[in-house]
Design a protein around this ligand. Structure first.
Ligand code: 5RP
Length: 229
């Protein structure tokens, strides 16, 4: 008889956060993403903090959490390359393409991911999709371009909404704004990312296809599944 243990989403996040430790290279600096799943990884990383040199972080929030746990945080400019970058995702497809930016850290996430030889995505199974586009796509924009960029999405049949915090436009760690775009069909993530990224005023589009995941540790009811892309 097979028994299925039902784990909460939070427990699945803890599982994958701990599983990601196997990708951390002793003596090196590790790239660290942002979000509730990464917070579980950061907590796990604290248990081996004496075995690593430190971290490069993708947000003020992750930096604060890392430092509070006694992990040294290096500026991305101080690092030429990283063996591994560990981060969550809002969606991941069967090829390792992702939508990211639900936590508004997409621009720094893409920068730190670009430094890394390997992107390890940690996610619970609710994030696995057959095609990207269900989660409203985060796009970081220069504030004066927000309406223009929103009109360009409307012309594609999508709807872009300015992300708010306490009734005001949310301001990212980079001093910019975020549009959340609903109603998109992202059939070709590579081409879509290239196209949106060259619209004037777009800082970063939350499709990670050019810097897709190399590996995904997916938290499922049956345990952690490793998907290799
Ligand atoms: C932050 C991100 C996060 O990785 C993404 O939003 C997933 O977050 P969580 O682990 O909390 O579900 O891209 O900008």
């Amino acid at each position: 008889m097979t028994t299925t243990t039902s784990l909460t989403q939070d427990e699945l996040k803890t599982l994958v956060g701990q599983a990601a430790l196997q990708y951390v290279v002793p003596g090196e600096i590790v790239g660290v993403g942002t979000g509730s799943t990464v917070n579980k990884f950061i907590d796990a990383l604290a248990s081996i903090k004496d075995q690593i040199k430190g971290a490069v972080s993708s947000s003020v929030a992750s930096t604060e959490r890392l430092q509070a746990l006694g992990i040294t945080v290096f500026d991305a400019n101080a690092v030429e390359s990283l063996s591994v970058y560990i981060d969550g995702a809002d969606e991941i497809d069967g090829k390792g393409h992702m939508v990211k930016g639900g936590g508004a850290a997409l621009t720094r996430e893409k920068i730190v991911a670009a430094l890394a030889q390997r992107f390890v995505c940690i996610a619970d199974e609710s994030k696995l999709v057959s095609a990207l586009g269900r989660f409203p796509l985060p796009v970081e924009v220069i504030p004066i371009a927000a309406n223009h960029v929103a009109r360009r999405f409307a012309a594609m049949g999508a709807q872009a909404n300015l992300r708010l915090a306490n009734g005001l436009p949310m301001v990212t760690d980079n001093g910019q704004h975020i549009l959340d775009v609903k109603g998109l069909t992202i059939a070709d993530p590579l081409a879509f990312e290239s196209e949106i990224n060259q619209w004037p005023g777009v800082v970063t589009v939350g499709v990670f296809a050019h810097q897709k995941a190399s590996v995904c540790l997916l938290g499922t009811a049956q345990g952690v599944k490793t998907l290799v892309f």
